[in-house]
Design a protein around this ligand. Structure first.
Ligand SMILES: [Zn+2]
Length: 439
């Protein structure tokens, strides 16, 4: 456990990454403008050739959208000039920050996690997880505790950070074959680069959360930059995928009360983790694939010893590269053998309506583990299998989602029967007013 009383401990931590390593994401997963323009590019799950999957493309429904967003992979994001809507919302939230955490010690350090010279006072007034593993902000702030443990025992909360990855079809196919849903923490810059891959997550019935725009250490940012990292990621997921997430995960777990207040004002619950597979760390500090396998085994062994007999755990996995995805695939049978349930966080937390758009209904925990469709949805489960057709209409804009609709529908018959998500028919869609739910 680190002691957050002096800059010495901060220096020590700066050298050891915590959580996912964003620094290689852009190099590994870079997209960008190309002459190839897809306006009806299929969500082709049969394509698992990495080179083909990762050939950059321009996505016609987003062709005119990029100016609305910060530049991709430029740390940190900031308000886009001329975006009066975002600026107005930020002004409101900034006033809330000033009221709730007027004496915050942050920003601190750099967006690469260098805290040299930072002298964080004893007492942890900011509930800075990176320094003290604090997950429970002072009650006076009115914030929910960060999510690490899960209420259901012997349950592995499954999530993947840092996507969408251009070459994730093999992983997503594996999940589909095993009728396994997960929570995907998407990076806004990756959604810009790989929109069709992002859409597949929705079509496969996965649960989508925010993982910032450019993957910085969030507590190092100004209020505006924190806002922009979250706001624009949420916006691009809405535009491309058609849903507005209500959860997020801070890169490296770097969160404090100031960041929590801003995220909460954007209606985003903070999801941390209980255990880290450290899959992201292979190749750093002489860490090998065997080390990661051993990390998985430790969690699995602990489960066998009854460590999770009273509560479940959120585990850190990544779709950051082919190793992390393949390692999960290989460990999946072992996880299944040691845990009673492997569930997405939506099910683990009984978030049956995890998006602002209330027409998306996910399975409760009981429904998920029983393999029964989500209750309370107007549509039959067959609609869930068809996926994106109704989802596009439900987006409120119906822009990007529509392009993938025909392809996904054509694939529907081959999908498992329980997609985990049901949506009403387009004629009875209720378009939620996102602004009403923001504060
Ligand atoms: Zn990450």
């Amino acid at each position: 456990m680190l002691v957050a009383t002096a800059s010495i401990s901060l220096l020590g931590l700066a050298a050891a990454h915590i959580g996912c390593s964003g620094h290689n994401i852009a190099r590994r997963n870079i997209g960008g403008e190309h002459n190839v323009i897809y306006d009806k590019r299929q969500v082709d799950g049969s394509n698992v050739d990495v080179a083909a999957e990762c050939a950059p493309y321009s996505y016609a429904p987003m062709a005119n959208s990029k100016p609305k967003y910060p530049s991709i992979w430029v740390q940190p994001a900031a308000l886009v000039p001329g975006d009066t809507e975002a600026a107005a919302l930020f002004a409101t939230i900034n006033a809330t920050v000033a009221q709730k955490v007027p004496n915050s010690n942050s920003p601190h350090g750099t967006l690469k996690g260098d805290w040299a010279g930072v002298n964080y006072p004893p007492g942890d007034a900011d509930c800075w997880w990176t320094q003290t593993r604090c997950t429970t902000p002072a009650a006076s702030l009115g914030l929910q505790p960060d999510i690490t443990n899960l209420p259901e025992p012997e349950t592995w909360g499954l999530g993947f950070d840092d996507g969408p990855n251009c070459s994730h079809n093999a992983l997503y196919n594996f999940l589909q074959t095993n009728n396994q849903k997960a929570t995907m923490f998407f990076i806004g810059s990756n959604v810009i680069d790989w929109p069709v891959q992002a859409i597949r997550a929705r079509d496969d019935g996965h649960h989508i959360c925010v993982h910032t725009w450019s993957h910085p250490y969030m507590t190092a940012l100004t209020n505006e930059q924190v806002f922009a990292e979250l706001y624009y990621t949420r916006q691009v997921i809405k535009e491309v995928v058609g849903v507005t997430p209500t959860c997020w995960r801070p890169p490296y777990g770097d969160v404090d009360n100031r960041v929590r207040v801003i995220a909460s004002a954007l209606n985003l619950s903070n999801v941390l983790w209980k255990n880290d597979t450290f899959d992201w760390s292979v190749g750093t500090n002489n860490i090998t694939a065997a080390d990661v396998t051993n990390n998985y085994q430790k969690i699995i062994t602990a489960a066998g010893q009854g460590q999770y007999a009273t509560q479940g755990l959120t585990v850190l996995n990544h779709e950051i590269n082919n190793f992390t995805m393949q390692e999960f695939i290989e460990q999946y049978p072992n996880i299944k053998g040691a845990f009673k349930h492997i569930v997405p966080l939506s099910a683990a937390m009984n978030w049956t309506h995890p998006y602002v758009e209330q027409n998306y209904t996910f399975q409760s925990f009981d429904e998920y583990v029983a393999g029964t469709p989500a209750s309370g949805a107007a549509a039959a489960s067959s609609d869930a299998a068809s996926g994106s057709a109704s989802g596009a209409a439900g987006s409120g804009t119906g822009t990007a989602s529509g392009a993938a609709a025909s392809a996904a529908s054509a694939k529907a018959s081959s999908k498992p029967s329980s997609a985990g998500v049901t949506r009403p028919a387009a004629g009875v869609l209720v378009v939620a007013i996102a602004a009403a739910l923001l504060l």
